[in-house]
Write a protein that binds this ligand. Structure first.
Ligand SMILES: CSC[C@H]1O[C@H](OP(=O)(O)O)[C@H](O)[C@@H]1O
Length: 348
């Protein structure tokens, strides 16, 4: 199945409203960069690679609307467009990677008239979207080699088609393992408070007819203790140079449980999620989201008025708890510092 959550055609960006899944499949249309920014901020579109793709198209839309006779007049305005998109969510480095790539493209083609540059920026956004899908399929092939012939795989949050250009990172590895003929059953953490697992992962895998069992986040340890899980695979929002991994809140808890039970804990992420500019996970900004995500389920209030709330949307799993990092350039294990660095030497 691998649904494409983002589609561009004839000047219009269409994104499925992931806030309404699984009960409503509603597609929203965008033509303005400020609207795309709000879609990222409000999680109409979410998932590190998908956020990068959306931001790239947002930047292209913003560029289209800049009135400038030359590059000197164009580029400062384009930087403002990218800054507004960059301010939407702080943790997923793919957002900044995509915007940096769009700004690099503009500078590298400064000699072209603004009208031609704007067209080129749109094509660059389309290239980022197409590459993401291809990279994830390659990543899936690398990662599936780690999955046993028969495997009960726990995953957290949604690192699937909905979080990417259409195939998935963690779920891309699972799709590739199934395609390789392996017997894979997935246990999906519901992933409170935004419920990406119950609303998105369960929906995706059910559509793909991949066996999936939904569990509450607090059930993972029990199932591991009963020997019902063989391995864990998750996505990532930012990986530091030493292999520390920022991912959806609750991932660190699952990693500790996996270690306790001697289970492999795999992370699947493209090179655009690896941030070699930061030495370790302590430098990764962690987004704190609206308290209402915790105190309410839709309109239903789940907690007393005025209660104190914390809502960090991500946590950091230290590299020592990560068995392997799966990328489109191969699998890194053990010495992440040099292993991750070496990936970039292989070119994109
Ligand atoms: C393939 S990256 C998916 C990654 O993004 C999710 O965060 P959010 O839903 O808040 O954008 C989560 O951390 C997933 O692992």
């Amino acid at each position: 199945m691998s649904i494409k959550p983002i589609e561009y055609r004839d000047g219009i960006l269409r994104m499925i409203d992931q806030r309404l899944l699984p009960t409503e499949e509603t597609w929203l249309e965008y033509t303005d960069y400020r609207e795309v920014a709000e879609a990222i901020r409000s999680m109409v579109v979410r998932g590190a690679p998908a956020i990068g793709v959306a931001a790239a198209f947002g930047a292209a839309f913003g560029a289209r609307d800049i009135e400038a006779e030359n590059f000197e007049a164009f580029y400062p305005e384009f930087e403002k467009v990218c800054a507004l998109l960059a301010a939407t969510r702080p943790t997923a480095v793919n957002l900044f990677w995509a915007l940096d790539r769009m700004k690099h493209f503009a500078r590298a083609n400064a000699a072209y008239p603004p009208a031609d540059l704007k067209t080129g920026l749109l094509f660059e956004a389309m290239a980022i979207a197409d590459e993401d899908d291809r990279l994830n399929r390659t990543m899936g092939r690398h990662g599936q080699a780690l999955i046993p012939e028969q495997a009960r795989v726990l995953t957290h949050c949604n690192a699937g088609a909905l979080a990417t250009g259409g195939y998935g990172t963690a779920l891309g590895v699972i799709r590739a393992a199934v395609a390789a003929g392996k017997k894979v059953a997935v246990y999906a953490d519901e992933t409170r408070p935004f419920l990406q697992g119950s609303r998105l992962t369960a929906w995706e895998l059910q559509k793909d007819k991949i066996p999936v069992t939904l569990i509450c986040d607090n059930m993972a340890g029990y199932l591991m203790s009963k020997g019902e899980i063989d391995c864990v695979i998750v996505g990532a929002d930012r990986i530091a140079a030493n292999g520390d991994v920022a991912n959806k809140i609750g991932t660190y808890t699952v990693a500790v449980l996996a270690k306790e039970h001697g289970l492999p804990f795999y992370v699947a992420a493209p090179l655009s999620t690896i941030d070699l500019s930061i030495p370790d996970g302590s430098h990764i900004p962690i987004e704190e989201r609206d308290r209402r995500e915790v105190t309410h389920s839709g309109e239903r209030q789940l907690a007393p008025e005025g209660i104190e709330v914390r809502n960090p949307a991500f946590d950091v799993t230290p590299a020592r708890l990560v068995t392997a990092i799966i990328t489109e350039k191969g699998v890194v294990q053990g010495d992440y510092q040099s292993g991750l660095q070496a990936l970039f030497g292989k070119g994109r």
